[in-house]
Design a protein around this ligand. Structure first.
Ligand code: ADP
Ligand code: MG
Ligand code: ZN
Length: 652
């Protein structure tokens, strides 16, 4: 692979054609189906027909003028009726004058009993010629049953509709199940990302170029009997470019990219996740070659069956389905599953077994050189003033992820635009660093005179202790302008980028963290809530020294907390692995370290009292002191400043 990230290509596959057009579309092969609306409409139409046929029938069998039963009875009594014919419930009376009148009798009651209820005697009845006409069989049936059928139909419809809704949740024949994957097709130029768009991450790119190679030319691998990578797990801090890299692999290999986020699998209804997985793999298998990318897989891939409050069924099923699908690949299927996580320690070990995500690629935070490269990539469309020096920006942004650098560039451009300049200057970028690192300045956060003094002394305390103690990093900037959550801050950057920390450096760092606290206490005889974060951070560091790094002489070279590697393969995550007695000893050691650090901070503050006052005074005046000015104050008070050219940040 050359530095530009272009791959040596074997026989290049012709690019896959996108079915339809859209460059990014929601997936979903939908079976032809009735939706509930058309079903309900059909049901209503049937019901309407039944009712209208019924009423039509009842009307056609009732010719002549309508009279009441009472009237009929009266006419029978007065012998003005010649004959009566009964058809169903319809009673037609033929009068002696030839007119025909009809009325309705009650259903199921014979005419004779009806009339006798009206006081007609059997003798009077006999005088009339009564004929009972049997209506044709189906008509009776229909007349009697149509109300029943109607309501039955309605109830059935209702039941069907409701049950469908309930099943719908689990069954997803209807709209729930289709995987929500976003698809990027290989011939999609606008969305295409290649290794060129990913700066740094050299090792990761190298590892992944194997996957690219396989997707382009699987035969080469299969012929030699090589095991093909099925699953690749990308691990790294948030914003290190995991998602970006996965896209780049697809872009380099020229294959379809199906991407879904772990959290999207998990929805309200049980079974949705699993069916989404099925759909996703089914779709991917229809492409000639594809990458399935499950972002943030820890959302579904956590250790199963553990978990506080019982395992989450839904997650487990989804995870199981992923595993089943991965196991079910044919060797000739050109699908590689990629997944990303920033919590590899919580993943279920089953995911990491051979044949699953057995390739693991770690992406580290970028180092200085990489940061410069990333900045270059994100400055592509931004016009720069001549004074911009990305190298310096890269030096001042240790610990920044790719995403941080991206937003730094963006913030810089926004600052320039807000001040109506057409070019981004170095000053914009420097301000953007602080904005990204610490959050925006809270100029509106007005301090009272007293608060300002306390904050100034607090920060001066940090800066002073940090300058006096040998192993602390040089102070780059002190400010009492509130930023993000911090009331003020002291920025100190190390001499060189380093991967290893020594015990002495830790001890001095803890002392420096306590510098604010001891100063407040020494000067004002009181402590504010200001240093609470300092205390948290430094106590955690002291505990790590004892339990993780073996830096306590008393407890010796032992780690008391499961390492990440152990948590990655084992199960027990938060379990304590030491006795209560050892626990007490750990606590005692942590207290001792904290107490000693506090003592050293106190000594530094009291021996350099005039220096402390000078720093605090200047801070109250100017609110921000930059490095040059700070070092001038140090020299004026007989303290030698530390030399540094390649800085890194640390923050107290
Ligand atoms: P992650 O998935 O690891 O959280 P992303 O891939 O979403 O991080 O990265 C977020 C953004 O940060 C990317 O879209 C890109 O703009 C930028 N970025 C991160 N790493 C890099 C890199 N190595 N090179 C260029 N840009 C990067
Ligand atoms: Mg991501
Ligand atoms: Zn502080």
């Amino acid at each position: 692979m050359n530095p530009n990230g272009t791959m040596n290509n074997g026989n290049k596959e012709p690019p896959m054609r996108a079915p339809g057009d859209p460059r990014e579309k929601r997936s979903g092969t939908q079976p032809p189906r009735w939706n509930w609306l058309s079903m309900t409409t059909a049901g209503l139409v049937v019901l309407f027909l039944v009712v209208s046929i019924y009423s039509a029938i009842s009307q056609t069998t009732a010719p002549g003028t309508q009279i009441t039963l009472t009237r009929l009875a009266a006419d029978v009594a007065s012998s003005s009726i010649a004959s009566i014919s009964v058809s169903g419930d319809t009673v037609s009376a033929v009068y002696r004058d030839g007119s025909i009148k009809t009325t309705q009798k009650e259903t199921g009651v014979s005419l004779s009993s009806t009339l006798s209820a009206y006081g007609i005697t059997p003798a009077q009845l006999k005088a009339i010629d009564i004929s009972v006409e049997q209506p044709s069989g189906w008509l009776i049936w229909f007349e009697d049953l149509s109300p029943v059928i109607g309501s039955l139909l309605f109830v059935l419809l209702l039941i069907w509709f409701m049950s469908r809704q309930m099943r719908g949740a689990g069954m997803q024949v209807f709209s729930f199940g289709q995987s929500k994957a976003r698809i990027t097709m290989p011939d999609d130029v606008k969305e295409k990302v290649t290794f060129k768009d990913v700066a740094g991450a050299k090792e990761a790119k190298q590892e992944l170029s194997e996957v690219v190679d396989f997707l382009k030319n699987p035969k080469k691998f299969l012929d030699i009997g090589a095991q093909i990578p099925k699953g690749v797990l990308l691990m790294g801090a948030p914003g290190t470019g995991k998602t970006l890299l996965a896209r780049a692999v697809a872009g380099e290999a020229g294959v379809a990219f199906f991407s879904i986020s772990g959290s999207e699998f998990v929805e309200m209804f049980v079974g949705v996740g699993a069916s989404r997985v099925r759909d996703l793999f089914k779709m991917a298998k229809q492409s000639p070659a594809a990458i399935i990318f499950v972002d943030e897989i820890d959302a579904v891939g956590r250790v199963r069956g553990g978990g506080v409050g019982g395992g989450n069924d839904e997650r487990e099923q989804t995870l199981n389905q992923i595993l089943v699908e991965m196991d079910g690949f044919e060797p000739n299927e050109k699908i590689v599953v990629m997944a990303a996580t920033n919590r590899p320690d919580v993943l279920d070990p089953a995911l990491l077994r051979p044949g699953r995500f057995d390739r693991r690629v770690t992406i580290d935070l970028p180092d200085r050189g990489d940061r410069e490269e990333i900045l270059k990539i994100h400055s592509r469309k931004k016009p720069f003033a001549e004074d911009v020096n990305l190298k310096v920006v890269a030096e001042r942004t240790p610990g920044f992820s790719g995403a941080d650098l991206y937003s730094l560039m963006n913030e810089g451009a926004i600052l320039a635009a807000r001040e109506n300049r057409t070019k981004v200057s170095q000053y914009d970028l420097v301000r953007a660093i602080e904005k990204v690192m610490l959050g925006p300045e809270r100029k509106s956060h007005i301090l009272s005179k007293k608060e300002k003094e306390i904050t100034a002394y607090h920060e001066a305390g940090h800066a002073l202790v940090g300058s006096v103690l040998e192993h602390c990093d040089p102070v780059h900037k002190i400010s009492i302008i509130a930023r993000g959550r911090a009331g003020g801050y002291t920025l100190h950057l190390p001499l060189e980028e380093r991967k290893l920390q020594s015990k002495k450096a830790f001890l001095d760092t803890i002392a420096m963290s306590l510098g604010g606290y001891v100063t407040e206490k020494a000067l004002f005889g009181d402590v504010t809530t200001g240093p609470s974060n300092d205390l948290q951070v430094s106590t955690a560091l002291a505990r790590d020294m004892v339990t993780k790094y073996g830096m306590s002489d008393k407890l010796g070279a032992m780690a008391f907390e499961g390492s990440e590697a152990r948590a990655l393969f084992g199960q027990g995550l938060e379990e304590k692995e030491y006795s209560a007695k050892t626990g007490d000893e750990i606590d005692a050691e942590v207290s001792r370290i904290m107490a000693e650090a506090k003592k050293r901070a106190e000594e530094a503050v009291s021996t350099h009292r005039t220096l402390l006052d000078a720093i605090a005074k200047r801070l109250v005046e100017k609110e921000t002191i930059e490095r040059d000015e700070f070092e001038a104050i140090l020299v004026a008070h007989g303290v030698q400043p530390k030399k540094s050219d390649t800085p890194i940040e640390g923050l107290v």
